[in-house]
Design a protein around this ligand. Structure first.
Ligand code: GLC
Ligand code: CA
Length: 557
């Protein structure tokens, strides 16, 4: 080749290489890079911190508490819906998806929250109520009208008001000017958005297929909503009732296909944002696009058997009686984990705004420490419900607030200190969103801050431990070492790269001792957290010995 042409080619190639380097430098990290070490914290905005004394928590209140959350080690926040709403289901009845509810502040406040959180290395997720709106939403008001309009097919309407029932579905009868009845998604005032039917009934032509214009318009709007908040700085969404979108979709396949499409779109345009589903079927949700899926007590009895003294039985594993059985959890968890471990994360929450009792109910600081040691050393992404880090308890017997019913007791204000209203608000006590329990028997952040082994400081130390050890990160491998019904301790291993960590748990009021199986095969074990002398070496192998209600985390060296 002529030397000048060769030079030109080389120069051009260099430019191309430089350009592609510049381009790759601009490509944002993917969600998995920050999810790997993420610890989330759920904030029920009504009850976290009231900055203006009107008795209701707000966004500026959350911003003011970011240093607390940062200090705790939390790296992700999930905010329950903070959008305009008549609040008949605590905001899960949205009347404007593009506007922050005035009681919480403004869109600008939310933008500030994103920015301030980001400065502290925290990601904020919003709650996407994808399946329904409030019956006060302007789209639904239009959809109720007799005249055809843009929103006529945005909700699911029967062919006439005389169609009083539909198989496997509720129908709200006679509520509109329109000669039709609508399908609600949850409470009656939450009409289901129309994502179509996977298998429309030929005898009920009002059931539209997924590709009909109405369902397609709703799908496009959902994407607009997501884009709007992504562009303002949201790091992702917790998707409410994520499996509920397409109707008559028995195996969830059509709903999954929708999320699959959304994930492909996010991977192209917003690869650093993440989705966590309220589906509680990780084997469906994760392969189809969710970065994470929650385990929830409603359909996961194994998860419920960890902490809940109520259903499905009275002996949770994390209980002093020692009568619980960790196999109930593992028999459910292990196959779900195996099916999803290279694709996404199972999120095991301490609790949430729908679950009573709270993890703190009936548990001492020591009991809680063992439970938190488990939650914060498991694979996947942990979620802490506000107040669970101090063992805040639920309040029994409260009248329903904003559609809370039995859930209301787990939604009371965060207990910050011993001042008026536990430091939640300066409003008169009778104007609070929900009452604060009497001072004598309530845990608080202030009271625990300087007590070295308080629940709060234990959680902080366990989060720091998680951050410091790759094996404890979301994708570190999980292997059960010892887990037998009626026997303690429960021992498991986490590994990543060359790092190996063992966790041993004894929630019972009795001490326990066991010989570790030969395959553990460690030269030495270095204590990282909990009991420091739990493991001892004998001629035949390692013994683990745990006092009542204790745990140990050790590194294999
Ligand atoms: C989800 C929410 C719950 C809400 C319901 C309807 O389950 O977690 O609080 O009432 O969906 O949106
Ligand atoms: Ca307020």
């Amino acid at each position: 080749m002529h030397p000048i042409r060769l030079f030109a080619y080389t120069a051009m190639a260099t430019v191309l290489v430089l350009r592609s380097l510049a381009a790759s430098a601009e490509v944002p990290a993917t969600a998995s890079s920050w999810l790997e070490s993420a610890v989330f914290y759920e904030i029920y905005p009504q009850s976290f911190r009231d900055s203006n004394g009107d008795g209701i928590g707000d966004l500026r209140g959350v911003i003011g508490k970011l240093p607390y959350l940062h200090d705790l080690g939390v790296t992700g926040l999930w905010l329950n819906p903070c959008f305009e709403s008549p609040f008949r289901d605590a905001g899960y009845d949205v009347s404007d998806f593009y506007k922050v509810a005035p009681r919480y502040g403004t869109n600008e406040d939310l933008r500030n929250l994103f920015a301030e959180a980001r400065k502290l290395g925290m990601h904020v997720m919003l709650d996407l109520v994808a399946g329904h709106t409030s019956d006060q939403h302007p789209w639904f008001r239009e959809s109720q009208r007799h005249e055809r309009n843009r929103y006529t097919d945005w909700y699911i309407w029967t062919n006439s008001v005389w169609t009083w029932s539909a198989p496997n579905q509720q129908v709200v009868v006679g509520a509109a000017e329109r000669d039709a009845n609508y399908i609600p998604n949850f409470f009656y005032f939450q009409p289901a958005l129309n994502y179509g039917y996977a298998q429309p009934d030929p005898k009920a032509p009002w059931q539209q297929p997924v590709d009909a214009p109405g369902p397609q318009a709703v799908r496009a709007e959902l994407k607009n909503i997501m884009r709007f908040w992504f562009d303002l700085g949201a790091s992702g969404f917790r998707v409410d009732m994520a499996g509920s979108l397409v109707k008559n979709d028995p195996d969830g396949r059509a709903t999954a296909a929708l999320w699959h499409e959304f994930r492909a779109w996010m991977d192209r345009e917003y690869p650093d944002r993440a989705l966590v589903s309220e589906w509680s079927s990780p084997q469906v949700a994760i392969p189809n696009g969710f970065h994470m899926d929650f385990l929830l007590p409603f359909n996961k009895p194994g998860y419920a058997s960890l902490f809940r003294k109520t259903a499905p039985d009275a002996n949770p594993f994390f209980d002093r009686s020692g009568r619980g059985d960790i196999r109930k959890f593992l028999d459910e968890f292990e196959p779900l984990y195996a099916a999803t471990k290279r694709q996404g994360f199972i999120a095991i929450p301490t609790g949430n705004h729908d679950t009573v009792p709270r993890i703190g109910d009936g548990r001492s600081g020591r009991d809680l420490a063992v439970a938190h040691a488990f939650l914060l050393t498991m694979p996947g992404v942990p979620f802490i419900y506000y107040g669970d880090e101090i063992g805040q308890r639920s309040t029994e017997g409260l009248p329903s607030k904003e559609g809370g019913f039995g859930r209301t007791g787990a939604r009371t204000p965060m207990q910050w200190d011993d001042s008026r209203n536990a430091g939640f608000s300066t409003a008169p006590a009778d104007r609070l969103y929900l009452p604060v329990p009497a001072a004598e028997d309530r845990p608080s952040v202030a009271a625990q801050r300087d007590v070295p082994d308080s629940a709060l400081n234990t959680v902080r130390a366990l989060i720091a431990l998680r951050h410091a050890h790759p094996a404890l990160g979301a994708s570190g491998d999980f292997t059960t070492i010892m887990a037998e019904a009626g026997k303690l301790p429960f021992v498991y291993e986490r590994t990543k790269g060359g790092e190996r960590i063992l966790v041993a748990l004894n929630p019972s009021a009795q001490p326990c001792e066991a010989r570790l199986p030969a395959e553990v095969n460690a030269a030495s074990l270095r204590a990282l957290a909990g009991e420091t002398a739990a493991f001892r070496r004998e001629a035949q192998g390692w013994m683990v010995n745990l006092p009542p209600v204790s745990y140990a985390v050790v590194k294999v060296e």
